[in-house]
Design a protein around this ligand. Structure first.
Ligand code: 4AD
Length: 443
């Protein structure tokens, strides 16, 4: 290829129309550019050829104007091109700039007959999901992944700006934090001898949560968080469960009450969402708070017939969570103080409550149900000691309470469910690049 000045479409973002306003640089209309991307439309006209090309950096394609002499039978919907030309103010109302092409090079052909996406057709997410290797070429899915990327940055920014230290918690672990037995075991492939087969000397698993490792770190750093993949062998085909999902988890030391914790959860949710939805921050400014006992009361008084009947002590099912959110006005709802028996070993005993409850909280959100789970952690050694089996398997966890234990608490937010919630996406498989769930591990 001849030497050409190169540029990216991100350079021609128009402030206020696409992308993050703060990050849109001023449009530089000087000099020659070479821009590369995939053709979204080809419109040959008498004198000129009009192309829309998109490189994935924004939703908007860039209009390319070329003389009809540059037309080429290989220039079809879906092909990859490199275009050299001059960026100009556009005379058309819909776009501020266009590229006047001197040269168009087809670098990758695309036969539109075989290509599963058709020009001008609006394919739904269910159809698009059938092509996991090609779906990033559609507007709908590429938008979702750009927002996912923006939300990731926003979440890291929140924690950085609020004094949290990021911890890379391990992917391979010997613990089952949630104690629910939904573990994927890790073993070497085809071990040649017994030593290989027993690689870690103890059973090892893909992590279901980084919480226990965060709790270790919260013994030296008062505010820590992690944001990474977690794995659950849940045999579920539902619209809100994956076998591999990303979780945002935080642990805050010197926390005295569930209110201290819900404040951090609310702040993080609001700050990240305001960042993502820069223009409609007020839409996420409302949260409601009820106790589990109040929730059961609401459900018992409801005239709706539930598949799972409710009584104090039962776990809340998706249908219950969705009802509670609707009942509270379709805004995020914190449900606190769950029955002690429903929560894992680490949740703090609310001994002063008449019913036996734990200082635990779930955040329920419209369309999704449970988005976050959190709790104060049992920091009192004598109480933790009474939990069955802890002495043998988690003696290191008891040590944390033995040496400089502090009241602390934390929470985990399912990142895909967060995206489902803020975007109103029905199926969790549409907000992750490569979904993994039971009976499916494509690509
Ligand atoms: O409520 P969970 O199981 O809580 C924990 O793992 C705690 N150890 C977190 C902590 O306190 N550090 O999971 C937390 C969140 C859920 O609220 C849900 O949003 C999401 O993780 N989640 C899933 N998301 C997608 N697919 C699945 N199979 C999920 N299971 C949980």
């Amino acid at each position: 290829h001849p030497k050409r000045p190169r540029g990216f479409f991100a350079c021609v973002r128009v402030p206020g129309t696409t992308g993050h306003p703060k990050r849109s640089p001023a449009i530089d209309l000087t000099g020659q550019r070479c821009l590369a991307g995939w053709v979204r439309s080809v419109r040959p006209q008498k004198k000129n050829l009009f192309l829309h090309v998109n490189d994935g950096s924004t939703l908007q394609p860039l209009q390319i104007v070329a003389s009809s002499g540059l037309d080429d039978p290989l220039l079809t919907f879906g092909c990859a091109v490199e275009v050299t030309g001059t960026l100009k103010q556009s005379p058309h109302q819909k776009q501020l700039v266009e590229l006047e092409a001197d040269q168009i090079l087809v670098v990758g052909e695309c036969n539109p007959v075989d290509f599963p996406f058709k020009i001008k057709e609006r394919h739904n997410l269910e159809y698009i999901r059938q092509f996991p290797h090609l779906r990033c070429r559609t507007n709908a899915f590429s938008s979702l992944l750009r927002i996912r990327s923006e939300a990731t940055t926003a979440i890291h920014s929140y924690f950085r700006e609020n004094g949290f230290v990021q911890i890379h918690t391990p992917i391979i672990t010997s613990n089952d934090c949630e104690g629910a037995g939904e573990l994927f075991q890790v073993e070497p492939q085809s071990p040649e001898n017994d030593e290989d087969a027993n690689f870690f000397s103890v059973p090892a698993f893909l992590t279901v949560s980084g919480q226990l490792h965060l709790e270790v770190m919260s013994g030296g750093f008062s505010r820590v968080y992690t944001f990474g993949p977690t794995f659950r062998a849940e045999n579920s085909q539902s619209r809100r469960h994956l076998a591999e999902f990303y979780m945002v988890e935080a642990e805050v030391s010197f926390t005295q009450s569930i209110e201290d914790l819900t404040k951090v959860m609310e702040d993080m949710f609001r700050s990240a969402t305001e960042d993502v939805l820069a223009h409609c921050a007020e839409d996420v400014a409302l949260f409601h708070k009820i106790t589990y006992t109040e929730a059961i009361d609401i459900l018992n008084r409801s005239s709706q017939k539930f598949a799972f009947p409710t009584q104090w002590g039962c776990d809340l099912q998706t249908e219950h969570e969705k009802y509670l959110v609707k009942h509270c006005g379709n805004i995020p709802v914190f449900v606190t103080d769950y029955p002690y028996e429903l929560k894992p070993f680490y949740a703090r005993d609310n001994e002063d409550h008449p019913e036996h409850t734990a200082a635990a909280v779930d955040l329920l959100v419209p369309g999704v149900g449970e988005l976050c789970g959190g709790s104060l952690r049992e920091e009192r050694l004598d109480l933790l000691r009474t939990r069955a089996g802890l002495q043998d398997t988690y003696s290191w966890y008891l040590d944390l309470r033995r040496f400089g234990s502090v009241p602390h608490g934390g929470f985990g937010l399912g990142f895909e469910r967060y995206l489902q919630c803020i975007l109103g996406v029905d199926n969790i498989k549409d907000v992750i690049p490569f979904p993994r769930f039971s009976h499916s591990c494509l690509l």
